[in-house]
Design a protein around this ligand. Sequence first.
Ligand SMILES: O=C(O)c1ccccc1NCC(=O)[C@H](O)[C@H](O)COP(=O)(O)O
Length: 195
Amino acid sequence: MRVKVCGITRLEDALLAEALGASAVGFVLAPSRRRVTPEMAREIGLALGPFVVRVGVFVDEPPEAVLHAMERARLQVAQLHGNEPPEWALEIRKRYPVIKAFRLSGPADPAWARYPADALLLDGKAPGSGQAWPRDWAQPLLDQGVRIILAGGLDPENVREALALKPYGLDVSSGVEEAPGKKSEARMRAFFASL
Ligand SMILES: O=C(O)c1ccccc1NCC(=O)[C@H](O)[C@H](O)COP(=O)(O)O
């Protein structure tokens, strides 16, 4: 299963994610307890091998700002985690693949499948808070064959329930942390062992 470990702020956590088989690591470049500068993301990303995708997480930043930060940080995929209009995603997609995140407060809207993105990430209402949601809320999008990344409250104890839905990928942050922005080696190992 493809897994993105998000909210990386420390080199050792990125290297552990890579060693455990993560497909991607995420850097939050938006107001957050896990916020990093483009320079920090760049330095950590440069230490990783070529098979780990570096994702930048943005909230309501206009395309020019996203593109500028992506270049400074040498990131490879942009994750849009706010209320970005489709036109912004189209602009960013001229240069980088886009993951569009939607925050669920009920079942997913089937119309989201038309958003111009390379994959859709379904999250809880408060990103990075460990808030889970009923996984069957993803069904209206899973039924359409769209690439769906499940996020929100995943942890070593509940990850198998998410896996059963056969998503394109999983995204985990606080469920493998000892404190915001600091991953727990034990919980990271337990998470990947549960896949
Ligand atoms: O993680 C944050 O602090 C954050 C802040 C603002 C926008 C997005 C953020 N995180 C994005 C992610 O992809 C998280 O991994 C996702 O929300 C899941 O988090 P969690 O429920 O803690 O696993």
